[in-house]
Design a protein around this ligand. Structure first.
Ligand SMILES: CC(C)(COP(=O)(O)OP(=O)(O)OC[C@H]1O[C@@H](n2cnc3c(N)ncnc32)[C@H](O)[C@@H]1OP(=O)(O)O)[C@@H](O)C(=O)NCCC(=O)NCCS
Length: 131
């Protein structure tokens, strides 16, 4: 079976920009987290886990600025798989008005599968999945 993937896109609006007029990095992180969450949901189908939370964000690199009016396209791919955790590699490309795409950011997210316990708190659980 191939790797589980998910695609997600966002239009860069004026409210998404920083003080120098390019995409605010925190927005990019947030959109990547959503992209990772989409792949995570697909990965966890059929699992006992109720969902998964972000445990770590590693190797984040912003390689080029992104401008207002561009689309950012995200590709999320499930990477390595542990007992309760799994990684998701995210690649973001920006698409300009002419349709040209360029890589702008990438990162590796670690998610942990969780379930609510009788104590009302969220606890890690084995997701029972393999690569
Ligand atoms: C997720 C959570 C329930 C995990 O509980 P925990 O007792 O800290 O779990 P552990 O330290 O045993 O780690 C759980 C898994 O994450 C992995 N892990 C821990 N720290 C890590 C790190 N810095 N980077 C990558 N993986 C890590 C462990 O190796 C383990 O993986 P495995 O079960 O596949 O072997 C808890 O840390 C938590 O609730 N964190 C807050 C999550 C959150 O609020 N995220 C933001 C909103 S989504």
């Amino acid at each position: 079976m191939g790797k589980i993937t998910a695609r997600y896109s966002q239009l860069v609006m004026p409210n998404d920009l920083n003080n120098i007029g390019t995409l605010f990095g925190g927005k990019m992180v947030s959109w990547m987290d959503i992209s990772a969450g989409k792949a995570a949901r697909r990965f966890l189908r059929g699992s006992d886990a109720a969902g998964a939370v972000t445990k770590a964000i590693d190797k984040m690199v912003f390689s080029e600025p992104v401008y207002g009016g561009e689309w950012v396209n995200f590709m999320a791919t499930i990477g390595s798989v542990g007992t309760t955790s799994f990684t998701i590699d995210i690649e973001a490309t920006a698409e300009d008005e002419s349709g040209q795409s360029r890589p702008v950011c990438k990162a590796c997210f670690t998610f942990v599968a969780v379930k609510k316990g009788d104590d009302g708190k969220w606890h890690k659980v084995p997701h029972g999945k393999q690569e």
